[in-house]
Design a protein around this ligand. Structure first.
Ligand code: 5GP
Ligand code: ZN
Length: 115
């Protein structure tokens, strides 16, 4: 089994696992989180399999920029007044899927600091 065939988000990209896709580009896919933590909770992932956002920045900065731009477009499409981008990195920060992803959260008042 290759790394990507075992990766949940690579399987979503391949169409092997269903997802509620809201937008996409040549480099990125946006779909609704299965366990939403806010009225809008969308995940934006690069098509490239990398474990986290720092690796994406190092390997393909233009693809990171594409993902951030897609996240902003989704927030606009959803009519959000404001939104939060979260990139949990490492198990200690509650990362559970080790394919880079941005959480786009909005649609309710967001408190600070996060937990
Ligand atoms: P992390 O905890 O790694 O930052 O975020 C992973 C996110 O993936 C979680 O918010 C979780 O709810 C979401 N997730 C896990 N499995 C699935 C799935 O099969 N489909 C979708 N759409 N989201 C998932
Ligand atoms: Zn992957």
């Amino acid at each position: 089994m290759s790394e990507t065939s075992e990766c949940l988000f690579c399987r979503i990209l391949a169409g092997e696992v269903p997802a509620d896709v809201v937008a996409e580009t040549d480099h990125s896919l946006a779909f609704r989180d299965i366990g939403p933590q806010a009225p809008t909770h969308v995940l934006v992932i690069p098509r490239r399999h990398v474990p986290d956002i720092g690796t994406l920045a190092a390997e393909a900065p233009e693809e990171l920029a594409d993902a951030v731009a897609l996240a902003a477009r989704v927030a606009d499409d959803e009519g959000l007044e404001g939104f939060r981008l979260v990139a949990n990195t490492g198990a200690a920060a509650q990362q559970t899927v080790f394919h880079c992803h941005l959480h786009v959260l909005g649609g309710r008042e967001l408190t600070w600091p996060p937990g």
